[in-house]
Design a protein around this ligand. Sequence first.
Ligand code: EPZ
Length: 437
Amino acid sequence: MTDEIACGRWIIEGGRPLLGEVEIGGGKNPAVAVIAASLLCDEPVTIENLPYIEDVRVMIELLECLGAKISRNGRVLCVDPRTVNRVAPRYDLAHALRASSYLLGALLGRWGQAEAPYPGGCDIGERALDQHIKGMRALGAAVTDQYGVIRAKVGRGGKLVGSEIYLDMVTVGGTINLLLAACRAKGQTILFNAAKEPHVVEVANFLNSMGARIKGAGTDVIRVNGVEKLHGSTYAIIPDQIETGTMMIAAAATNGDVTIRGCIPTHMEALSAKLLEMGVRVDERDDVIRVRSTGIRRALTLKTQVYPGFPTDLQQPMTAMLSTARGVSLITETIFESRFKHLRELARMGARTQVMDRVAVIEGVPELTGATLSATDLRAGAALVVAGLMARGSTDILNPHYIDRGYERFADKLNSLGARIVREDQAESGTSARTGA
Ligand code: EPZ
């Protein structure tokens, strides 16, 4: 991985079925949360199975800038948080990444104060933090939210105090941030209406591996009994749920036959059910999923929901596939209000789509035709790659750096399955290189 931001483009020769086997890497969203959580520990922590992606790199740099001692050997990261000497993450890095908001909970929980700008991340909706702030206040922190910067500090007693917190909506980030803040608080915290996503469970498991006392993660009521100290731990990140899903969709969309190894099939139930409904064959065993086309792809009605419902992060790749399904699909996006931008790009390839507020209507066409497209966010980028793989002719994808934020060696993995993707990377320094087959 380099420190440069890749611009450039990906060129895809479409129309080739994906065939073969692929291995899934460590999860992006669990990894960035676990890296932030490592700050809570009183001893060094080892995190294994980290994916090589841009968001992980930025998260590590944020910790380094806070003063944590970091060493990385391939997929293994050692964090020694004892040397942290700042409670304000570097503004430009924190602003670039949604997961930087986890530093608020972790720093507040460990050092009693924290300061961070409103995080950026993918531009897919408003992405408010009011529930994070409400929860930190309930734990006794004084929190200000002015001029785009959130400052939080423990109150007079010098310690956060456990509390009952009712979240007004199911929020993944809010649930994780409050777990981080609460795990060293005095007494018990109960989070009601908590998110149940696999990475919420992952953060709780990681914290428990360091001696935290968290029960109920994976249900909508989580109980946290605060502890005085957290001890060192070695912890391996779970496989990426969304990379798995994107590979499953890409296999089906290209009329392929792909065996996906090293994944967790139970995390994929909502997608597997929809693929079966479309006429695609899905077989699961242990940590393997095989997706096979039967030549049939029926249109669908689909609604994104919190886990275990259909994940919003797979809506975009899924709509790319549905653009050539037989019939009319209705897709309702309930989580993020601006997550249909990729449909404008798909229209350049001949897709017939209409968006009315949170509902997209997709009338399946016989085929897509290659075009020049622009990625607007991470999963939009993945959707355009799926569309490019399906299309007749050549597709150019601009702004592919969005894809590198969250998919490890995505083009290489697809090429190993028979895709033809050429990466034309252009670093910001102006140098240019072509990689990939
Ligand atoms: C996490 O974002 C993921 N990001 C997203 O993955 C994912 O799409 C999302 O959860 C939903 O599953 C990370 O894990 C780093 P939320 P997050 O808080 O935590 C509203 C990807 O592509 N809300 O569950 O930001 C919010 O505006 C990314 O990998 C409030 O109103 O999601 C949104 O409409 C993108 N107030 C909804 O809740 C709050 O205080 C869900 O947001 C918090 C959230």
